[in-house]
Design a protein around this ligand. Structure first.
Ligand code: NAD
Length: 358
């Protein structure tokens, strides 16, 4: 990876406000040169290196948050907003958020509703946040048992990506980010690029900071789509490829299987259905499975888990009436929205779990 990539920038056009993504060689220096040290810092409490970053900010303007699904709630956001207000946060102040998707969702949501919208800057620290969630402007908050039920579209003014954060990321988190990158590539018809990344899989698990060109490509694919369909009305919905089945896997495993790997298995299931329903040849299914295979988790719903798996599918937000709403494929780059009576896919998914192996 040449140093030249470090200076890469992306400008995103948005109906809320245009914003910019920059790769930076050293976040602490970048925060200084962007004159952000006077801002309010909201940072993942467990982030390695957090102490050194906090020193750059006024102590009274630093808030640490435990990044967990339990804090990503209305109550969690209310506490955060009260905390900012108690510290004399003013309308013209800016928030700098540093962390993964949980911190992004919490700060993005709080920034939308606090004083009807305040400025924020996001510095993503996980692979998933750097390669996917940092652009698109979505925030999603949990309510009771409902994951990501509440939310808004409100992008940060700027996104600063420092790849060095990836060096401390647990391997499970890297596999998760790779799953999301794979899904962008296949939706965009970039199966060769996916193959190229997966040929270095073992190396990238050890040195994820070397994934920059793949992260950049993933963001470029997402940018093109969100600029055409910012508010999820049509084309952007194709990014749900692998997600219907992935969410059911995550949920049935009690979230022991990370999001991106569940999505990788979800893509394999979508491809299997596409083959068995006649949309692709077996050869295409096998080709795609060979790309995905190292990132597919070892998971098969037990007899006891099977009804819960089917129930999770039946509750998917994309379902219409009794039909399962999901994204199927006619080949890489040719994903399409499908509504299928529930019995058909359920029988085929059962078959998938019995037969799966290239
Ligand atoms: N807003 C969106 O568009 C969007 C998109 C996808 C996912 N999400 C949400 O993102 C959340 C998942 O986010 P995530 O996968 O980025 O992880 P996360 O924010 O949940 O963090 C995962 C763990 O990694 C730790 N961590 C973060 N950065 C680290 C680093 N550099 N080194 C070591 N540890 C680090 C955190 O402390 C935490 O324990 C979910 O709640 C999901 O719903 C949001």
């Amino acid at each position: 990876m040449g140093d030249s990539l470090i200076s890469k920038r992306l400008n995103i056009t948005s109906r809320v406000r245009d914003y910019e993504v920059s790769f930076v060689a050293d976040l602490r220096k970048a925060l200084g040169s962007e004159r952000l040290s006077g801002a309010f810092l909201i940072i993942d409490a467990d982030l390695p290196g957090a102490a050194a970053i906090k020193k750059l900010f006024t102590p009274n303007r630093v808030i640490s948050i435990k990044a967990s699904e339990k804090s990503k709630t209305l109550e969690g956001c209310t506490v955060l907003i009260k905390n900012l207000t108690d510290r004399q946060f003013r309308r013209n102040d800016c928030i700098v958020a540093i962390g993964g998707g949980v911190i992004e969702d919490m700060v993005g949501f709080a920034a939308t509703i606090l004083m009807r919208g305040v400025e924020w800057v996001f510095c993503p620290t996980t692979l998933l946040a750097q390669a996917d969630s940092c652009i698109g402007g979505k925030s999603s908050i949990n309510m009771g048992p409902y994951k990501n039920l509440l939310g808004s579209f409100y992008p940060p003014r700027k996104i600063l990506i420092d790849l060095a954060f990836l060096k401390t990321l647990p391997e499970d988190q890297i596999r998760s980010g790779i799953g999301e990158i794979l899904h962008f590539y296949l939706v965009a018809g970039q199966d060769k690029l996916a193959q190229q990344m997966m040929s270095g899989y073992a190396k990238y698990l050890k040195e994820p900071e070397k994934l920059q060109s793949f992260i950049l490509k993933s963001l470029a694919i997402k940018k093109a789509v969100i600029e055409r369909d910012e508010f999820d009305k049509g084309e952007r919905l194709l990014f749900n490829y692998g997600h219907t089945f992935g969410h059911a896997i995550e949920s049935v495993s009690g979230y022991k299987i990370n999001h991106g790997q569940a999505v990788t298995m979800g893509m394999d299931i979508a491809n299997y259905l596409s083959w068995r329903m006649g949309y692709i040849q077996k050869g295409t299914y096998v080709h795609l499975q060979k790309i995905l295979r190292f990132n597919i988790p070892l998971f098969r719903p037990s007899r006891a888990q099977w009804p819960r798996f089917c129930e999770a599918l039946s509750k998917d937000k994309k379902n219409i009436g009794k039909a399962l709403g999901c994204i199927l494929t006619r080949g890489p780059g040719k994903m399409f929205k499908a509504q299928i009576p529930m019995d058909g896919p359920v029988a085929l998914i059962r078959e998938y779990f019995t037969e799966r192996r290239v």
